[in-house]
Design a protein around this ligand. Structure first.
Ligand code: SF4
Length: 471
């Protein structure tokens, strides 16, 4: 799946190419024209050699960087429009038997305060998130016998059934939990509540992986790498991959991520539903996290985000609150399609924050409503849409739509409806003022009469307290 030698050779071979304006222009044109005429071959618009060439562009070269970034932005707009999907993480346990050197939950960290959420506490957390307007969560846990998959499955069902006034409900639960066997993936799927299963390889570089994961079940590089194949075989058909930037050369990680994505696409006809781009952040009592060996600077980080968007146009890209507000704002223009907002990475943190129990420190601590306001001011449409998941547009069904470039047609009205719900149920006056204007502007831009008619009728129903309408 991951061919280290090929990746290293590509990085070396393409160093000279990366200074040629003509060649960079040619690669970017190829990527953009494929995005304008999407097809089933859409998953491989540019070659890995092209990607290596782009990765070797010096991020201080402002003219080339500008071209790369504007191509990423154009491709994101062609495929996804101006929607940005919002979600929040929900940590349920920070006990862990693994040894990831960069994580404060690691077993040998005796300074951290450990916690498993009790049922009542979990319900309070979910209600707190609902009151912020969230409809989509990512549930996370460490790996430990104190909190098992059985506990997690029971909690998924609990979360899915929490309701609060006025219309609080969680409609999609993505999960980011340890690697499972096929039978356990089937049990997870059988809850009928999960959306995407997310798991980062952390680093695709075996020697680095072995150095940074010395014991515990997670220490097995191959088992982890094979996880998405097991998930897909078990019928969990939306999977999200990612690398933790800072552990090894970012150029290697990006190329390996793409090899992984292409392997899944070729083997299962389902590419990754999402790709995440976390960078290592300081974690409590975790010296490794303060000076990771391959720290990625902001310019290189922007470049790698843009290149992933260009290379995998059909896949959602996730940016978390690890990054500071100014950088998140810049990166929104480079192709990210989903962001977390108002996040806490300690179990219980939304209701009762406890010192020294978070997984890592956050750099964007803006409250959720501020993030939403800023998105609107930047011309983005905040969305909490979960329609595909509930209309059976998952896995290959979703990929077929995405690769044809048809997601936007479904998503824009659905996003507007969730945004209208937010304005009615949770928004403050400041957001309401700009929000309804945005809805009117977006509505006016819809040219398809049947789409407009559906939207108008659904907006009216929402005003009359109907909820959860979608196409
Ligand atoms: S990264 Fe995950 S598996 Fe590793 S120590 Fe932290 S919680 Fe445990």
């Amino acid at each position: 799946m991951i061919d280290d030698t090929k990746i290293h050779n590509l990085i070396e071979e393409t160093k000279k190419n990366a200074v040629s304006e003509d060649l960079i222009g040619e690669i970017l044109n190829k990527a953009k024209s494929a995005a304008t005429k999407p097809s089933s071959e859409f998953s491989q618009t540019i070659t890995l050699k092209d990607v290596a060439t782009l990765l070797n562009v010096d991020s201080k070269n402002s003219s080339l960087m500008q071209k790369i970034m504007s191509t990423a932005f154009d491709i994101k707009n062609i495929i996804y429009g101006n929607r940005i999907v919002l979600f929040a993480p929900l940590y349920v346990s920070n006990y862990c038997i693994n040894s990831c050197t960069y994580c404060s939950f690691r077993a040998e960290n005796k300074m951290i305060k450990r916690k498993v959420l009790l049922d009542d506490e979990l319900i309070e957390e979910v209600k707190a998130l609902q009151n912020l307007g969230h409809k989509r969560l990512v549930m996370l846990m460490g790996e430990h016998p104190k909190y098992t998959l059985d506990d997690f499955i029971r909690h998924i069902k609990l979360v899915a059934n929490v309701k609060s006034d006025p219309f609080g409900s969680i409609r999609r639960i993505n999960v980011e939990i340890p690697a499972l066997e096929i039978e356990d993936f089937k049990r997870l799927k059988a809850t009928n509540h999960i959306g995407t299963y997310i798991l980062f390889q952390e680093t695709y570089h075996r020697a680095t992986y072995e150095k940074t994961h010395t014991y515990g079940p997670k220490a097995d590089f191959d088992y982890r790498l094979d996880t998405m194949s097991r998930a897909l075989k078990a019928g969990v058909d939306d999977v999200g991959i990612g690398a933790l930037f800072g552990l090894y050369d970012y150029r290697f990680e990006v190329l390996a991520l793409l090899q992984h994505a292409r392997f899944l696409d070729k083997t299962f006809s389902i590419g990754p539903h999402t790709i995440s781009v976390p960078r290592i952040k300081k974690a409590y009592n975790t010296p490794y996290s303060t000076a990771p060996p391959y720290q990625v600077n902001d310019d290189d980080f922007k470049k790698l985000v843009a290149i992933i968007r260009i290379a995998v146009p059909y896949t959602g890209m996730i940016l978390s609150t690890r990054e500071p507000p100014h950088l998140r704002k810049e990166i929104l223009n480079l192709g990210v399609s989903q962001i977390s907002a108002g996040s806490k990475t300690d179990p219980g943190g939304y209701k009762n924050k406890q010192e020294h129990s978070a997984q890592f420190s956050l750099s964007d601590e803006r409250p959720t409503n501020e993030v939403i306001y800023d998105l609107i001011q930047m011309g983005f449409l905040p969305s909490w849409c979960t329609a595909c998941y509930r209309s059976n547009r998952t896995g290959k069904n979703f990929m077929d739509i995405a690769k044809k470039g048809d997601i936007q047609n479904l998503c824009q009205p659905n996003a507007l409806l969730t945004f209208a719900e937010y304005l009615l149920d949770y928004a403050d006056e400041k957001i309401k003022e700009v929000g309804w204007e945005l809805i009117e502007k977006e509505r006016a831009s819809i040219t398809d009469p049947s789409k407009k008619k559906f939207l108008d009728q659904a907006l009216k129903k929402i005003q009359n307290d109907a909820r959860d309408l979608f196409i």
